[in-house]
Design a protein around this ligand. Structure first.
Ligand code: HEC
Ligand code: HEC
Length: 262
């Protein structure tokens, strides 16, 4: 136990070792992460929870704003494009965020998160989505604080687990949360998230007659998930490009989930 704990700290958390040696042990019990909302994931959640319980891991002490930023980074799926703690490695078009905390100012980082960045019109590669309409000023400033703090490890920030071996629709429901579709398209694909400058004034639902009429085939749904769909320039929120981020299988699972909705 002790050796396992020590080797984990050596490899993963070396810089934090001294600062954090005392400020530990809390939070480990609080891994009720998402379990309440996603009952079917109990099995996986339990597995994750047993880690910190049996071998407590140390985390650097961070301010409430940096901690909130770390959670927002996971909840809004920044992590799925920019990698764990912004370390990159997901897709060549998506940069790591390890150095921008120093090289960019608070104002520049805020502007990029609010307005997006990159060739949104290029259907072949991911671009940085517009978040200014979806996130509050507090959430954006917490994200900036987290990036400026060097994207440290923060307890209980594991992305929602995707259940395996329980069918495509169940996996798709997990992916819908893990990849942050839910933040823009709403729980149960109900839509209604404001997008004031878009023609519809809100981000479209992924359920109901209208959606099925416009996207009658799996192929049509897969194509828009892969390419994204740009409605207009920031501050209008457009559909991100997920090709290269989501695998063909994950897209199939998401579609299987969408078909179970009303
Ligand atoms: C769909 C994938 C995707 C998601 C989700 C995403 N990003 Fe990005 N992000 C990108 C891409 C691609 C770029 C590079 C754009 C360019 O320079 O062409 C980028 C660039 C950035 C940059 C500028 C980096 C630099 O080196 O200039 C920051 C900061 C950033 N993203 C933060 C975030 C935050 C915070 C979130 C979550 C709210 C987020 N991103 C979510 C794809 C994504
Ligand atoms: C940043 C907000 C945002 C996120 C995150 C997001 N979408 Fe979208 N999505 C949109 C917007 C805006 C549109 C409308 C695009 C248009 O009208 O051209 C859209 C359109 C779609 C459509 C076509 C429906 C229609 O009526 O246009 C599908 C399918 C879709 N999204 C699936 C997903 C899936 C699956 C995910 C998660 C992997 C996801 N979206 C994540 C904003 C988002």
């Amino acid at each position: 136990m002790v050796e396992d704990d020590r080797s984990r700290r050596d490899t993963r958390l070396l810089p934090a070792l001294f600062a954090a040696a005392l400020a530990v042990a809390i939070a480990a019990g609080v891994v009720a992460y998402a379990a309440g909302h996603y009952g079917e994931q109990t099995k996986t959640v339990t597995t994750q929870a047993s880690g910190p319980t049996t071998s407590p891991t140390t985390y650097p002490k961070v301010s409430p704003s940096v901690a909130a930023g770390a959670h927002t980074f996971v909840q809004f799926a920044c992590v799925q494009c920019h990698g764990m703690q912004g370390k990159g490695g997901v897709d060549p078009a998506v940069p790591a965020l390890k150095t921008v905390g120093h090289s960019l100012t608070v104002a520049q980082l805020t502007h990029i998160i609010d307005h997006g960045l990159g060739e949104s019109a290029n259907p072949k590669q991911p671009y940085m989505p517009v978040w200014g309409q979806v996130l509050s000023k507090t959430q954006v400033s917490d994200l900036v604080a987290y990036i400026r703090a060097g994207l440290p490890a923060v307890a209980d920030t594991q992305p929602v687990a995707v259940p395996a071996g329980q069918g495509a629709a169940v996996a798709g429901a997990g992916l819908y949360v893990r990849y942050g579709c839910i933040n823009c398209h709403g729980p149960n694909g109900l839509g209604g998230v404001p997008n004031p400058l878009s023609p519809d004034k809100s981000i479209p639902p992924l359920s109901g007659q209208g959606f099925r009429h416009d996207f009658p085939t799996d192929k049509a749904i897969a194509a828009v998930i892969r390419s994204g769909s740009v409605i207009g320039r920031a501050p209008i929120v457009s559909m991100p490009h997920w090709g290269g981020i989501l695998s063909a299988r994950q897209i199939t699972e998401l579609i299987a989930y969408l078909k179970t909705l009303k």
